[in-house]
Design a protein around this ligand. Structure first.
Ligand SMILES: [Zn+2]
Length: 194
């Protein structure tokens, strides 16, 4: 079913990857390979000190960039922390997320709000402090997301769903599903930064 996913050309990772015209959904949604300084400088909802201390994946060059609409990762030292970085309107935005702990939904099969993949035990409530004054007053935005934030890989059928659940058969092409994933993620980030 997912075998037909076309490979992103080398141009997808180039500087002009956002310039794709109609029909270039895949190229326009793939994030370009990121570096640690780029990611640290892109955090919008935490202090500078927190951005400096944030756990960035060591193996950035080993990430499957050509299949990633965004980079999402967990802090291996602190299970309650997660992060994501995505290009929104041509600008890299990184977000700090907290995982408040197992909720009732995590025990049964539930669906990720970004990629609409269902997992049993593989979906986690993640909460982002809002930016600016709203965040200082303790306002947050939360959603149930794939625990490993590998939404891009589930959409492309590059990673098997854990436990029960899975992905519903859809009429949308993988490209369109990736676009929907980015639309959902963008809406989340707009709620955090808006
Ligand atoms: Zn997901």
């Amino acid at each position: 079913m997912s075998e037909a996913w076309p490979r992103a050309g080398k141009a997808a990772a180039g500087d002009n990857f956002l310039a794709g015209g109609p029909g270039s959904g895949l190229a326009s949604s793939v994030v370009k390979p990121l570096t640690e300084p780029e990611i640290r400088a892109a955090f919008v909802n935490c202090s500078k000190g927190e951005a400096k201390r944030a756990s960035i994946p060591r193996d950035l060059s080993g990430q499957p960039w050509e299949d990633l609409d965004f980079l999402g990762w967990r802090d291996p030292q602190s299970p309650e922390r997660a992060y994501l970085a995505a290009e929104i309107d041509g600008k890299l935005v990184a977000i700090v997320l907290r995982c408040p702990g197992p909720g009732p939904l995590q025990k049964k099969t539930s669906m990720c709000s970004f990629c609409l993949t269902s997992h049993s035990g593989g979906v986690t409530l993640m909460v982002a402090p809002r930016t600016g004054q709203a965040g200082q007053q303790g306002n947050t935005v939360g959603d149930y997301l794939c625990t490993d934030l590998a939404c891009s890989l589930y959409v492309r059928g590059k990673k098997a769903v854990r436990g029960l659940g899975g992905r519903r058969a859809e009429r949308l092409t993988p490209e369109e599903q990736a676009e929907r994933l980015m639309a959902n993620l963008t809406a989340f980030i707009v709620k955090v930064t808006g």
